[in-house]
Design a protein around this ligand. Structure first.
Ligand code: KIV
Length: 258
């Protein structure tokens, strides 16, 4: 059961690591799903740019725009009562220089009820992270598999470059990031990074040793159209349940007057 009736703050999120309290993160893109996740006790709700694939039906996270992210984050923000609310900076809003990044992240904070933004990148984004944090905008970094760089990485693959990933995580922390998503990296490397940085690590396809875990809610609930990453545990099959309910409704409608 949720143990608080107000939103988790960024400092409280950070303090979870020292307290040894694991952090549960899920994505949401609209009001009803956000209300359900929030009421069920998830610690952090991420309006991820997976919106592009999960909701908009694109084949990557690249197409979603800043206006679209804000539109969905507004809906999610109206529902959230207790989770920390984080919104992804969509491609390429954090690559146009620190000041453009402040303008984009500033819009996200002003126009939605979110408390922080997430940025894909480590060493390459240190200047941007530092500038945002100086402007009072908390930043969660995202290293390892960075889906916005899918073309450069050559696909959605496990990332194994230990030196690079350690340096990315340390650079993000050094620049002021309050948390770091580790996507698709070996479990032992995620464990090493988690022990190296003082801020919480949130894993996805990165093994059990992170300070928390994140999943795309539609993936773990069985609502995603198409394939789901192998590491995703299926907690429900709501797609099949909806199919059953809609078939039953159609039968009822068509049976009247038969
Ligand atoms: O966009 C997203 O949903 C994400 C999570 C998968 C971490 O970045």
């Amino acid at each position: 059961m949720p143990d608080q009736e107000r939103q988790l703050t960024v400092p409280e999120f950070v303090a979870r690591k020292a307290a040894g309290r694991k952090i549960a993160v899920l994505t949401a893109y609209d009001y009803p799903m956000a209300a359900l996740l929030d009421a069920a006790g998830v610690d952090v709700i991420l309006v991820g740019d997976t919106l592009s694939m999960i909701i908009q039906g694109h084949s990557s996270t690249l197409p979603v725009t800043l206006d679209e992210m804000i539109y969905h984050a507004e809906m999610v923000g109206r529902a959230v009562r207790r989770a920390l609310l984080v919104v992804d900076m969509p491609f390429p809003t954090n690559h146009l220089g620190p000041y453009e990044a402040v303008a984009a992240a500033g819009r996200i904070l002003k126009e939605t009820r979110c408390q922080a933004v997430k940025i894909e990148g480590g060493q390459d984004q240190a200047d941007v992270i530092r500038t945002l944090v100086t402007a009072g905008i908390p930043v969660m970094a995202h290293v390892g598999l960075r889906p916005q760089s899918v073309h450069q990485l050559g696909g959605y693959k496990m990332q194994r470059d230990r030196e690079l990933l350690l340096a990315d995580a340390q650079a993000a922390e050094g620049a002021g990031a309050f948390g770091i998503v580790l996507e698709c990296i070996p479990a032992e490397l995620a464990k090493e990074i988690t022990a190296t940085v003082a801020v919480p690590t949130i894993g996805i396809g990165a093994g059990p040793h992170c300070d928390g875990q994140v999943l795309v809610s539609y993936d773990m609930l069985g609502l995603t159209r198409g394939s789901v990453p192998k590491f995703v545990k299926q907690y429900a099959n709501l797609g099949a349940e909806i199919d059953r309910a809609v078939r039953s409704y159609c039968q009822d409608v068509r049976a009247v007057g038969e």
